[in-house]
Design a protein around this ligand. Sequence first.
Ligand SMILES: [Mg+2]
Length: 181
Amino acid sequence: MNDGKQPCVFFDRDGIVNRDPHPKRYVEQPDEFHIFPAFIESLRVANEKGFAAVVITNQKGVGVGVMTQQALDAIHAKLFAAIRDAGLKLHDLYFCTSTDDAHPHRKPNPGMLLAAAQKHSLDLSRSWMIGDKERDITTGRRAGCKTVRVCLPEKLIKTPTAADFYLDSIEKLPDFLREYL
Ligand SMILES: [Mg+2]
């Protein structure tokens, strides 16, 4: 029976929400933050299907001093503005700037998902974690979510995936979610 908890789609940021900054390590300024139209469409599907939507991102660049917290806040303000302009809703965004791999919120530790589940009353077992790195998949599995890895096939050679599903392009994510959510 429905216990009143809502399922959620957790989106990794760089490589899923926006173009990966490669060859740079971090998106350091709002003008370097390029949102994928396919992410906006994926969010639309999540909203329409009654799923919450939360972005989950490691941003160690702040912790190591490559960028400021103000710059990170400005980048996220740009994201929320684009989502609002599209008439959509992102329920929350969690970022972890820690440089400590043992920090409970730093992926692949599942702390950000657990905190979101607590705050927004989410059903993790019916939720999904979407990411481009295997670290995201580990995070999702540790939280008990279903997982989707989205990356170029050559990336799988170095880091094979334990994800439930694999997509070779972010362009395929909206249709995937339309079918599976
Ligand atoms: Mg990523």
